[in-house]
Design a binder for this molecule. Structure first.
Ligand code: ADP
Ligand code: MG
Length: 543
């Protein structure tokens, strides 16, 4: 007889379990989605493992998911013939959270308001624990794909601890048995479960049996033509593939034959998960070859800044046996990423023109990514720059303009695109720089974020026009109309000389200029010097 060992959940897991058990009441059915998605992940890993390993436990077991309901016992069981888990893996995967997901999860739930939105859970990489929304007890029976693995059972009620014990005669993979809470017995009912599964089971890449009957057809909707996919199917696919709780803001579904055969289905989310304090997201567009998953989060497929994009890229030009490692250096993959990212940026530019209001709302949440793109993605820099939006001297507060529209309404004699970096609209409007530009009728972009400075400096030109800061010495506004009398040249240089002495160390040079209308003086950043905002940023970074 073996004796079970008892283990404490890691503190972060306890925190998640506490939220799951005590604050999530809506959308409880998503626990099925999360467990099926884990089963599919485990099967996917098994498929890849079988390509390289000869010594596999129960190597003949079919790669499928088996769900059974038992109303009399009040249980639902979800089993898969995936990679399973060893004792150490049970402790690692079901007892701890590797990343700081739980804190972000707790914060996001607070944002979501009372009652708690359970569908958030998958986004945070803690989907397994969603089972405890409906469970009095969860048992995970498992045998790893490794031949020397043990036959095990993990058990918990979600209250602080779990046990691991030997359990003879387990099949390869995981079998998760959930004893349902009194108020969740509906999930022991086959037709309830079938209804829940029907929403997304066709997107699962492996057969699913429910009480002995096949429920899904395994289809790759990205390979279908646009007009044969319904809005509901698209949305359900997005939610399943991205573990998403929101609706997509934009969707791009396209097929191309040249220069590569590509089937792509991409979604831009509604919520920016990085704003929830999750840290950097993983790339969200999976790479497939003829429906077969090559890598769910390929790091070098799309440019880094596009990590908020979700979906699928499938290309039959890829060799099926391409490994994740060799994929990263593959010229073909690079080309694929280039083609798709160009297409996506162009698509967004068009959408932004067709419905500026919608884009502005989207941009308000995702601007960081586009700015990062301009600064880091040289191949696409100019195209991404078209998507940047700023307030300006010609917009209302809260309204924005893009560089394209700016250029369109430039004055005939205007040679550059002007901008001012400052923390707020009022500080710009109250300052001395703007008036000269205003009197010329030149628009000035207002850049409020510290990174804007850096972003703009990586963009020397747009549409052949230089971008110039209003406090740059290169700004040339030509002759300004002045009212009243001007000082004589001698008087001006005497005044300048006196100022230089009086301000001593503070300034490099004092000179007469033509660009002030009513303010007496302004500060200009000398060539090659950091401007004030940059200096402030550097100061703030110093320990
Ligand atoms: P995620 O799936 O985002 O990693 P989960 O909380 O859903 O987070 O699952 C945690 C981990 O538990 C998984 O990463 C996996 O290692 C393991 N796991 C869960 N379900 C299974 C399963 N059916 N087979 C094998 N491993 C599993
Ligand atoms: Mg999961």
């Amino acid at each position: 007889m073996s004796t079970p060992t008892t283990h404490e959940f890691q503190a972060e897991v306890k925190q998640v379990l506490d939220i799951v058990i005590h604050s999530l009441y809506t959308d409880r059915e998503i626990f099925i989605r999360e467990l099926v998605s884990n089963a599919a992940d485990a099967l996917e890993k098994m498929r890849l493992t079988q390509l390289t390993e000869n010594d596999v436990f129960q190597s003949e077991a079919p790669l499928e998911i088996t769900i059974t309901t038992d109303e009399a016992a009040g249980t639902i069981t979800i089993a898969d013939a995936g990679i399973g888990m060893t004792r150490a893996e049970l402790v690692e995967n079901l007892g701890t959270i590797a990343h700081s997901g739980s804190k972000a999860f707790a914060a996001a739930l607070k944002n979501a308001g009372k009652g708690g939105d359970a569908s958030l859970i998958g986004q945070f990489g803690v989907g397994f624990y969603s089972a405890f929304m409906v469970a009095d007890e969860v048992k995970v029976y498992t045998h790893s794909w490794r031949n020397d693995g043990e036959h095990l059972c993990w058990t918990s009620t979600g209250a602080g601890t779990y046990t691991i014990d030997e359990a003879p005669d387990q099949a390869r993979g995981c079998k998760i048995v959930i004893t349902l809470k009194e108020d969740a017995k509906e999930f022991a009912n086959a037709s309830t479960v079938r209804r829940v599964l029907s929403k997304y089971s066709n997107f699962v890449g492996f057969p699913i049996q429910l009480d002995g009957e096949r429920v899904n057809t395994v289809e790759a909707i990205w390979l279908k033509s646009k007009d044969s996919v319904t809005e509901e199917e698209y949305e359900a696919f997005y939610k399943f593939a991205a573990h998403a709780f929101d609706k997509p803001s934009y969707r791009l579904h396209f097929q191309a034959d040249a220069p590569l055969v590509i089937n792509a289905l991409l979604f831009l989310p509604e919520q920016n998960m990085e704003l929830f304090g999750m840290g950097q997201m993983e790339p969200g567009v999976g790479l497939y070859c003829k429906k077969v998953l090559i890598d769910p989060h390929p790091p070098k497929l799309l440019p880094d800044w596009m990590r908020f994009v979700k979906g699928v890229i499938d290309s039959e030009d890829l060799p099926l046996n391409i490994s994740r490692e060799s994929m990263q250096d593959s010229a073909l993959v690079r080309k694929l990423g280039e083609v798709v990212s160009k297409r996506l940026i162009k698509f967004l530019d068009k959408e932004a023109q067709d419905d500026p209001k919608k884009f502005q709302e989207f941009y308000a949440k995702f601007s960081r990514f586009f700015k990062e793109g301009v600064a880091t993605d040289h191949a696409n820099r100019d195209a991404i720059a078209k998507l940047l939006r700023f307030e300006s001297s010609l917009t209302e507060k809260g309204e924005v303009v893009g560089l394209g529209d700016y250029v369109k309404r430039m004055k005939e004699d205007q040679t550059a695109i002007y901008y001012q970096v400052a923390p707020s609209r009022s500080s710009i409007e109250g300052g001395p720089y703007l008036e000269a530009f205003k009197s010329k009728g030149y628009e000035v972009l207002f850049l409020y974020e510290t990174i804007d400075e850096y972003v703009i400096s990586s963009l020397p030109e747009f549409d052949g026009k230089k971008l110039q800061a209003v406090n740059s010495p290169d700004v040339d506004l030509g002759d300004m109309a002045h009212e009243g009398e001007s000082l004589s040249e001698d008087a001006t240089s005497a005044l300048a000389g006196w100022l230089k002495e009086a301000l001593a160390e503070g300034v490099e040079e004092v000179r007469a200029g033509k660009r002030l209308v009513s303010a007496p003086a302004l500060a200009i950043t000398p060539e090659g010097e950091m401007n004030p905002q940059m200096r402030q940023m550097m100061k703030a970074m110093k320990p």
